[in-house]
Design a protein around this ligand. Structure first.
Ligand SMILES: Nc1ncnc2c1ncn2[C@@H]1O[C@H](COP(=O)(O)OP(=O)(O)O)[C@@H](O)[C@H]1O
Ligand SMILES: [Mg+2]
Length: 256
C-alpha cells in the first residue's frame, strides 16, 4: 500500500448549468508521476484550479498530506508544499528572471506584513537567503545565465522552466504541471523531461496534465483519464489503448 499524498473525493464544480468537474474522486500516491489526460474541455484545468485554491468547489473534499485544503487560500496551499504551474506561463514580463523566482511566497520576512516586525538586518538576511535559493533553482533549471534578463524575452520553453524554478523555491511535495510540453521546442522538451525525472528521483511527486502522449507514456505511472468532468479510466498507460471508454471519449472529440 502506498500512501496517498493527494485525495480527491466527490468533487463538484459547475459553471452555470455546466458541471466542469462532476463528482470526481481519485488518489495520487506519494512519490508518483501521475498523468491526467482527456479531451479538450474535459475539466483538467478546472480541477487544477480547484486543487491549488484558485477557485472553490461547490461540494466535495480535497486532502493534501493529511490536511483538508479545499477552502484554503492559494498561498497557504502553496506553502503547505503543493505547487502548480500554468498551461500558459504567467511571468511578470518586465521583471528579471531572478526577480520572478524570488517573488514566490515563502512566508519569510520580506516585502509583506512581517517587515514591520523584523529588524532591517533580518530582512536583508532573508532576502540574501531567497536570492541564494533562487540562483540555486535557476542553476538546476538551466536558466542561471538568464537571471538578469527580462522574463518577457524568454522563449515558450524557457518560460515553462521559469515556472518550474518558481515552484522549486518552496521544496514542494507535489507539483501540478499543466501542459508542460505545450509550445516547447523538442530539444527543450527533453530538458524539461530530464528535470521532472531528476526531481522525481529526489522524492517529489507530480500530477501532470499533458496532451503529448509520448511524454505521458515515458513519464506517467499511473494515468487518469477525465472526460466531460468525470474520471473514466485509471491505470497503467500501456492499457489505455485497449480501453473502450477512453477510445469513445477521444473519438467524440474528433467527431465534434
Ligand atoms: N471560468 C469559467 N467559466 C465558465 N466556464 C468555464 C470556466 N472555466 C472552464 N469552463 C468550462 O469548463 C469546461 C472544462 O474546461 P477546462 O477545465 O479548461 O478543460 P480542459 O483543461 O480539460 O481543456 C469547459 O467546457 C470550459 O468551457
Ligand atoms: Mg486545460
Amino acid at each position: 500500500m502506498t500512501e496517498a499524498i493527494l485525495q480527491i473525493r466527490a468533487l463538484v464544480r459547475s459553471f452555470g448549468a455546466l458541471r466542469a468537474v462532476d463528482n470526481v474522486a481519485f488518489d495520487v500516491a506519494a512519490g508518483t508521476i501521475t498523468g491526467l489526460i482527456g479531451p479538450n474541455g474535459a475539466g483538467k484545468s478546472t480541477l487544477f484550479e480547484l486543487i491549488s485554491g484558485g477557485i472553490k468547489p461547490q461540494s466535495g473534499e480535497i486532502t493534501f498530506d493529511g490536511q483538508r485544503i479545499d477552502g484554503m487560500s492559494p498561498d497557504r496551499i502553496f506553502r503547505a508544499g503543493l505547487a502548480r504551474t500554468f498551461q500558459i506561463p504567467r511571468p511578470f514580463p518586465r521583471m528579471t528572471v531572478l526577480e520572478n523566482v524570488m517573488l514566490a511566497p515563502l512566508g519569510q520576512p520580506g516585502e509583506h506584513f512581517w517587515k514591520n516586525w523584523f529588524s532591517a538586518g533580518a530582512v536583508a538576511r532573508a532576502e540574501r537567503t531567497a536570492r541564494d535559493k533562487a540562483m540555486e533553482v535557476l542553476g538546476f533549471t538551466g536558466l542561471a545565465a538568464k537571471a538578469s534578463d527580462l522574463a518577457g524575452v524568454l522563449s515558450g520553453g524557457q518560460q515553462k522552466l521559469l515556472e518550474l524554478a518558481r515552484v522549486l523555491m518552496i521544496e514542494p511535495k507535489l507539483i501540478l504541471l499543466d501542459e508542460p510540453a505545450a509550445g516547447v521546442n523538442p530539444a527543450l522538451l527533453e530538458d524539461i523531461i530530464d528535470k521532472i525525472a531528476a526531481l522525481h528521483a529526489r522524492g517529489i511527486g507530480f500530477l501532470i496534465v499533458e496532451h503529448n502522449m509520448d511524454m505521458v507514456m515515458r513519464l506517467c505511472r499511473p494515468v487518469i483519464v477525465l472526460a466531460q468532468g468525470k474520471v473514466i479510466f485509471q491505470g497503467e498507460p500501456e492499457t489505455l489503448r485497449g480501453d473502450a471508454s477512453v477510445l469513445d471519449a477521444y473519438l467524440g472529440e474528433v467527431a465534434a
